[in-house]
Structures are given as C-alpha cells and as structure tokens.
Design a protein around this ligand. Structure first.
Ligand SMILES: C[S@@+](CC[C@H](N)C(=O)[O-])C[C@H]1O[C@@H](n2cnc3c(N)ncnc32)[C@H](O)[C@@H]1O
Length: 254
C-alpha cells in the first residue's frame, strides 16, 4: 500500500505505471529527434517505472541508464528490465536530476519526460543533462507548459492535482533555458492535449502492467477511504484546463 499520506508519485509507483503528456507517440518522436540508434548510449532522467528505457533497449538494442529520485521506481524499473529480457542493456539507479552522478560528456543522449515540470530549479536540470552529454550529443525534454496565461484557480488546481509545486514555464521560457545551458540547433514543438495521442500512453505497457494498474486502483478505491477522497477531490483536473495546459518537446545539440 502507498504511504498513508497519499501522493501523486507514491500512487503511481504503487499502481506500477508512470506517464507523461503525449503518450507513447511523443516518446517515439523524442527518440527520433535525438537520433537514437543501436550505438547510442542514453540516459533517461526521472525514468519512473522504466518503460521508455526498456523500450529503447528492446527496440534499438542500445545501452541505457535510467535514474529516478524514488527507490520504488528504480525497483519497478529493474523488475521490468528482467521481465522484458533487457537487463544486460539497461541499468537503473537512484539519483536526483539536479545533481547527476555522472562525469562530463558521459552519454550520447540524455532524455527527460515529464520530470523537470515537478522541480523548482529547472535551469539546473537542463544544465545537468547538458553537462553529462558529449559535445555533438543531444538533450531532449518532453515537459508540461502553459500554452497561454491561465486563471489563478486553474494554476492552483493543476498544482494540487499533480503536485506540481513550482510554476510551469511557457515554451519561450523552455527555449531560453536550453540556450542558457549552451545547447544549439534547438527544436521546439508544442502540443495541445489530444485524447487520441494520450491513449497511446498504454502502448508502453504490457497486459500484466495494465492488469496490475486496474486491479490495484480498484482495490484501493474499494478499501481505502482516503484514496476515494483523494481521487474525488484532487486527482481530477478542472474543466477547460487544456485550453491552457499543454506540453512541448525541447531538443538541443551540445
Ligand atoms: C510524471 S513521472 C514520469 C516518469 C517517466 N519519465 C515516464 O514518462 O513514465 C515523473 C518521474 O520523475 C521522478 N522525479 C521527480 N523528481 C525527480 C528528481 N529531482 N530527480 C529524479 N527523478 C525525479 C518521479 O519519481 C517520477 O518517477
């Protein structure tokens, strides 16, 4: 069971799935924009339950290191790598995106899907990814943003529902952060919420993941009053939020 004090990430770890806006289709797009192939050494920062890292190893045969702040996410990632038969290509460890335990220029590509969104000092995260990538290598982010200025109540609700403590940037803010980190040849693509694209989220997962997600959510809902209250009160985003809330791909070359 998750901690008595329910939190967005503890719930995701317990249910066994993590996600980002834009689903699997956006993962595939960021992989293409970063030119990943079998010889690319990749770092996936804030890897969650390891779905993207394992997909990369399986589909491309490349070596991947995934890091996450939470021990339980790393344990789930290790389990996934074993079950998917890619444990010899991927390695997971606990680390903070703001202080990566790797040398300068260690990787060819560093990815980050919906992680910096939750961190106050985003510039530090961008700088860290840029630092650990070799000159000529690529850094890619898929992160949430405001498409236009939202009313204060929308901001407050999104922060509560997703436990996003810091303010969300705009696409221009993201572009400036990548420039500030010394990245060049920037590619910036912004997206509105699209239900079809979001539904591809599930394609990163296998049937047994979906079963665990479904059965654990149902059992928490039936047995845990706090969870029920949490789902009713917090987890839902306010109506009309997607006029304002979107996401973007930000890719740059070191
Ligand atoms: C929304 S989930 C996305 C996970 C994964 N990238 C995916 O797309 O499925 C955000 C992840 O970032 C991790 N995280 C949050 N803050 C972090 C930090 N400072 N350093 C590393 N990971 C962090 C969380 O534990 C969580 O697994």
């Amino acid at each position: 069971m998750p901690d008595p004090e329910l939190s967005y990430f503890e719930l995701q770890a317990y249910i066994g799935t993590t996600k980002h806006m834009g689903g699997f289709e956006t993962t595939k797009e960021i992989i293409e924009l970063c030119h990943i192939n079998k010889d690319t050494y990749v770092l996936d920062v804030g890897c969650g339950v390891g779905a993207t890292a394992c997909y990369l190893a399986k589909e491309y045969g490349c070596r991947v290191v995934g890091v996450d702040l939470r021990k339980n996410m790393v344990a789930l990632s290790d389990e996934r790598a074993r079950k998917e038969g890619v444990a010899s290509l991927v390695e997971f460890r606990v680390a903070d995106a703001q202080d990566l335990p790797f040398d300068y220029a260690h990787f060819d590509v560093a990815l980050c899907e919906s992680v910096a969104t939750f961190i106050e000092d985003k510039q530090r995260v961008v700088d860290e990814l840029a630092r650990v990538v070799r000159p000529g290598g690529t850094v890619g982010f898929n992160e949430e943003l405001w498409l236009k200025t939202p009313p204060a109540e929308v901001v407050a609700h999104v922060k509560r529902a997703w436990e996003v403590r810091p303010d969300l940037p705009t696409a221009d803010d993201w572009r400036e952060m990548l420039k500030e980190a010394g990245l060049r040849d920037l590619v910036v693509k912004t997206y509105k919420f699209d239900a079809r694209r979001e539904s591809t989220q599930l394609k990163r997962y296998r049937f047994r993941d979906m079963w665990r997600m479904f059965s654990r959510t149902l059992s928490l809902y039936v047995k845990n009053l706090d969870f029920r209250a949490y789902m009713k009160g917090q987890y839902r985003l306010p109506k009309g939020v997607f006029q304002y809330l979107g996401y973007g791909l930000f890719v740059g070359r070191r």
